[in-house]
Every structure is written in structure tokens, then in C-alpha cells.
Write a protein that binds this ligand. Structure first.
Ligand code: 3HC
Length: 289
């Protein structure tokens, strides 16, 4: 298969990441089918596209024709068979639970055409933990986007020991077609590149807050003003989800057994209270109204 053979993309999951990945692909000219088990999530994703595209036209970032074409390129369905049955490339952005992903990949292996590439957008589950649920491990890899996916340029493409170089190359080519910058990791490593670097920053920020040295607000203020980051670590965790920060740390801890990899007391508390950031309207900051 070559990148030119990729005509239809199926995006699984219409949540935080999936709806923007799907729209990015539709804007790049691909036929996109976005699927989710939740009708509510699909309706929200469609509503987002219907609001976002005219806003881009109003801002002169897109022409009316480009916006109309993107809307015509994308469809939303609860039916996995319909979404993936004729897809050339699948990007899975479902919940970060390994058993859910393994079941999905086994289903996709049955449903999607035999030549289709199956990529996961997981933040921390390497594709070697999923690939053996399929009979096409050579066509399975990580394709990790950043939030918000319509804005952030980087995509990490991680080639597992089972992934063929052809699959990684086509995935890199797809990044380019979508206007993204691909970073090709030729070996799997927990956290890939960016989340490892972010983890170091977040670990230190949480330590300083847990020790009572400073507040999350002050630490965010220090990082944005001293390092020029658009968001400090606590606001960024609210943005990407404190639940995700908790799962990432737990997965890491289970792998290493090193107590310093455990989620910090601050994260454990926020996770237990259901204060997961913007998605629950409260995290380190409040988003009511
Ligand atoms: N969805 C789509 N587009 C958005 C958006 C959103 N949620 N939020 C902002 N934008 C767009 C705006 O439309 C605007 O586009 P334009 O310049 O072309 O008109 C542009 O982004 C700037 O928006 P604003 O002026 O409203 O706001 P900011 O300048 O504050 O930017 C931000 C918002 C882009 C989110 C910026 O704060 C930022 O870059 N934050 C850091 C994000 C980050 O670090 N992401 C990586 C997280 S780690 C991750 O995702 C990995 C995962 O595994 C956890």
C-alpha cells in the first residue's frame, strides 16, 4: 500500500481527541467516518464541526468552499461496520483502557479491509500491547496527536517491533498530508517523546505544590512567564484531563514499581473527587459558566 491508496479514514471515538482528529482529516480532503458508541458524543462532535468551520470562514482562515467540502467529507455514525468496513486507515482514539482497545482492534481486524492500517492515538499504551489482538500486527502502530489536535502540529509515529517500516512510512506520510509534523520513533518507549518530557515538568510542579512551596496558580504563572509556555502544568492538566494524568502515572508505576512514579497526592485527590479539569468543569481551576 502507498499513501495515495489512502482515501477513507475511520476515526474511532468522538471525544476530546477523536472529533478534532476526524475534522483535521476531513479538512485535508479525506473521506472520514467518525464513530463512537455514544450518540451524545457523536452529536457533540457534529455540532462542533458545524460551529467551528463557519467560525474559521469568518476569521478568513478557510474559504466557504473549503468549509463546505470538509463538512461534506465527514460523517458520524454509531455503526462500526459502516465506519471501518471500507476504511483504508483507522485511527483509534477511544477510552484509554487496554481491554477496550484490544477488543476494538480484534473487531477492526475482522471488519476493516485486510490492507488497512490500524493506528492507536493512545497517550501511553504502546501498540505491542494491542497488535497481537489482530492477525495483521505489521499494520498496527501508534499515531499520537496532541490536544487540541486541530491546532497542535506534532504527531508521534511509534514503530513497534511488530510494525512494518511500510506502515510507519505511510503513517508519517499521512501526518504530512494532514499538515502535521511527524516524529518517527523507531522503537517503542513508554510516554514516547513529549509525554516523557512533560512528565518531568509535571512531576516537579506537583512536588512543589504537594510540599506547600507554592500554589498551582503561582507555579503556572512562573512557568508561563519564565519559560514562555502557553499554559502552566496545572492548567495544561485541566486541559488534557486529570483522569488521563492519573492513568498515565498509574500505568507507569505498575510498569516500574518505583514509588516516585505513583500519581502525586494532589492528583489522587482530584481524581477521587471527580475534579478532572475542563471536562468536569472543575480541576485546579473552575470552568463554571
Ligand atoms: N480547539 C480548536 N482550536 C482551538 C482550540 C480548541 N480547543 N483552542 C484554541 N484554538 C485555536 C483558536 O481558534 C486560534 O486559532 P487561530 O490562531 O488560527 O485563529 C488558536 O488556537 C489560538 O487560540 P486562542 O487565541 O483562543 O487561545 P490561546 O492563544 O490561548 O491558545 C491553545 C490556546 C492553542 C490551547 C494554547 O493555550 C496552547 O497551545 N496550549 C498548550 C497546549 C498543549 O501543550 N498541548 C499538548 C498537551 S499534551 C497532549 O496533548 C498529549 C496527550 O497525550 C495528553
Amino acid at each position: 500500500m502507498k499513501i495515495e491508496d489512502v482515501k477513507k479514514i475511520c476515526v474511532i471515538g468522538a471525544g476530546n481527541m477523536g472529533h478534532q482528529i476526524a475534522l483535521s482529516a476531513a479538512l485535508a480532503g479525506y473521506q472520514v467516518s467518525c464513530t463512537d458508541i455514544s450518540l451524545e458524543m457523536l452529536s457533540k462532535a457534529e455540532e462542533f464541526a458545524r460551529t467551528y468551520l463557519p467560525e474559521r470562514v469568518a476569521k478568513a482562515k478557510l474559504t466557504q468552499e473549503q468549509a463546505e467540502q470538509a463538512m461534506a467529507n465527514i460523517s458520524f455514525t454509531q455503526n462500526l461496520e459502516k465506519a471501518a468496513g471500507d476504511a483504508d486507515f483507522v485511527i483509534e482514539a477511544a477510552v484509554e483502557k487496554i481491554n477496550v482497545k484490544r477488543k476494538l482492534f480484534a473487531d477492526l481486524d475482522r471488519i476493516a479491509p485486510p490492507q488497512a492500517i490500524l493506528a492507536t492515538n493512545s497517550s501511553f499504551i504502546v501498540s505491542s500491547k494491542i497488535a497481537d489482538a489482530t492477525k495483521r500486527p505489521d499494520k498496527v502502530c501508534n499515531m499520537h496527536f496532541f490536544n487540541p489536535a486541530l491546532v497542535m502540529k506534532l504527531v508521534e509515529v511509534v514503530q513497534g517491533p511488530h510494525t512494518s517500516t511500510e506502515t510507519a512510512q505511510i503513517t508519517m506520510d499521512l501526518c504530512k498530508k494532514m499538515g502535521k509534523k511527524g516524529a518517527w520513533l523507531k522503537k517503542e518507549i513508554y510516554g514516547f517523546l513529549v509525554n516523557r518530557i512533560l512528565a518531568a515538568l509535571h512531576h516537579e510542579a506537583q512536588f512543589l505544590a504537594d510540599m506547600g512551596i507554592s500554589t498551582p496558580e503561582e507555579i503556572d504563572m512562573a512557568v508561563t512567564n519564565a519559560l514562555g509556555h502557553p499554559m502552566g502544568p496545572f492548567r495544561l492538566m485541566d486541559f488534557t484531563g486529570i483522569d488521563l494524568a492519573y492513568y498515565i502515572a498509574m500505568e507507569r508505576y505498575q510498569e516500574t514499581g518505583d514509588p516516585k512514579d505513583k500519581p502525586s497526592p494532589l492528583i489522587v485527590e482530584k481524581f477521587a473527587k471527580g475534579e478532572w479539569g475542563r471536562k468536569t468543569k472543575k480541576g485546579f481551576y473552575s470552568y463554571e459558566g
